[in-house]
Design a binder for this molecule. Structure first.
Ligand code: ATP
Ligand code: MG
Length: 492
């Protein structure tokens, strides 16, 4: 709408004569189809004046500086995809006077990579060029000097980049490992290339004692698998969960299982290669939130004053409030955690791992035996009892040895070579018990050395189980009993 303005002046019209110009808010509208619309009632003389004015305005140079949050290579990749969508294959040509820089970025665990353009570039229909470079805070900055008329082109590209970044991020909703590295050029720490975790190949199926499974499932996995529902029920995704317990009890395996679930549910999972990078990598987790941020050996952090305050803040600090980050840490040394950190509101859940009980031990034997079990002659109760409280690694060795005993037995019995798929190749109770008996000394030797490494029962009274030495002693008693049982199969 033209708004009359009392001030008037004269100007040279199309006929070269002076014309009086009444100032109005004249809006010259460009349409995508290429038409330019002038307000009704505007004389052609006036139109000439306004168009010239618009021309001068549009030719003015303006500076562009836009920061796009995300991994710089991820944003650059999204911009490439956006440009391709808007302008076709030849979009985003490098400026003619500079060599284009392409960064090779991993895009999956199989070693596939994408080539991502970083540097100066030109976009069709735009005078001048833009540049994209990571800034000191690891965001991607798009900057340059462009004519005002080209600003809609820039805006369109940036808007589409944001859309693509949500849709086709290289990292969002995936599970990856990362560490910080020192950047010689900028003399500062920066993110190293992430390494994607192969979630399709979790090394072993995780088998935990029932109470541990239930807690892990509720406190860590449910917020991942039922993200929306949990949020709607007012349970914040922002939680701190600590997996604690002795060596080799499945804490790392649990993190891998979580990675698999996270990726299946489109939730980012970042596994720190070094727990000391926690604070520096946190902002990355925020950019890709909701994120499960995992770190192992968290005791290394809490024994240092700075590290302790980092974890404290992350769990409880105002700065970190309302961030959709589930912090999942693990430790073998719960006793090194100060009480202040363990109270509810800091770590919301502490999940204690211990060596497998009777039932879990028997299931582990079956799992490690990979189906080579003679179910007609497999006393799960007896085997479970014999192995209850042993480390899964010991159980694994027992099964390997039991397989060897089985092979020996069969070769002797049948006097011929067997193939791995031979139906005869099945472990019987006696094979497993023999393996346990044979390893008894070996396991005994581990006891004094392992004693110190076993997490003592926490001062706070967290039930983390008795020490390994105790378990081995119990095991020893069990073996002694079994030797008797085997020696006297009828129990006499
Ligand atoms: N609960 C379990 N279920 C199945 N396999 C297990 C379990 N615990 C341990 N294992 C076996 O032992 C290996 C080591 O387990 P894992 O790395 O998860 O232990 P951890 O608790 O992280 O030990 P650490 O405290 O030394 O880091 C696994 O790859 C697996 O073969
Ligand atoms: Mg581990």
């Amino acid at each position: 709408m033209a708004t009359p303005n009392k001030k008037a002046t004269t100007f040279a019209g199309l006929d070269g004569q002076d014309h009086e110009l009444e100032f109005k808010n004249v809006d010259i509208v460009r349409h995508a189809e290429g038409t330019i619309l002038l307000p009704e009632g505007l004389s052609l003389h006036e139109a000439k004046w306004w168009i010239e004015r618009r021309y001068r305005d549009e030719e003015t140079k303006v500076d562009v500086t836009e920061r796009l949050e995300g991994f710089p290579v991820d944003v650059a990749n999204a911009m490439q995809v956006a440009a391709k969508k808007l302008y076709g294959e030849t979009a985003m040509v490098a400026s003619w006077w500079k060599t284009p820089q392409f960064l090779t970025v991993p895009i999956d665990h199989k070693g596939n990579t994408a080539s991502v353009f970083i540097g100066d570039f030109m976009v069709p229909g735009m005078d001048g060029e833009l540049s994209c470079q990571p800034d000191a805070n690891d965001a991607l900055v798009i900057y340059g000097s462009v004519k005002k008329k080209d600003m809609p082109i820039v805006k369109r590209l940036l808007d589409e980049t944001k859309v693509q970044l949500k849709k086709f991020s290289l990292f969002r909703g995936k599970a990856w490992r990362i560490e910080m590295k020192y950047d010689q050029k900028f003399r500062r720490d920066t993110f190293a290339d992430p390494e994607f975790i192969d979630v399709t190949k979790v090394p072993t199926q995780l088998l935990l004692n029932e109470a541990t499974t239930e807690l892990l499932d509720a406190a860590v996995w449910t917020p991942i698998t039922d993200f929306e529902l949990v949020k709607d029920c007012d349970v914040p995704f922002k939680r701190g969960a600590l997996l604690e317990g002795p060596y080799g009890t499945g804490k790392t395996l649990s993190i891998y299982e979580t990675a698999k679930l996270a990726q299946e549910n489109n939730i980012t999972l970042i596994l720190l290669k070094d727990i000391k990078d926690l604070q520096k990598i946190y902002p990355l987790a925020v950019r890709y939130a909701p994120t499960v941020l995992c770190g192992e050996d968290a005791d290394l952090l809490v024994t240092d004053a700075d590290g302790l305050s980092v974890i404290n803040n992350m769990l409880d600090g105002v700065e970190y409030k309302d961030k959709s980050i589930l912090l999942l840490l693990s430790t073998n040394h719960i006793e090194k955690f100060p009480e202040s950190l363990l109270r509810p509101g800091r770590f919301h859940t502490i999940i204690s791992y211990s060596n497998p009980d009777e039932d879990t031990s028997a299931r582990l034997v079956q799992q490690f035996a990979e189906g080579h079990i003679d179910h007609a002659d497999f006393d799960t109760q007896q085997i479970g009892q014999a192995l209850s409280g042993q480390m899964p690694a010991v159980i694994h060795e027992v099964v390997q040895l039991a397989k060897l005993f089985t092979i020996r037995r069969l070769v002797k019995q049948y006097g011929r070579k067997l193939k791995a798929d031979d139906p005869l190749l099945q472990l019987k109770t006696a094979d497993v018990l023999k393996a346990i008996r044979s390893m008894q000394k070996h396991i005994g030797l581990l006891a004094p050395r392992k004693k110190d490494e076993t997490a003592p029962v926490s001062k706070l009274g967290y039930a983390i189980g008795t020490g390994l030495a105790d378990k081995l002693n119990q095991g020893q008693a069990m073996f002694d009993q079994m030797i008797e049982v085997v020696a006297r199969p009828n129990g006499h």
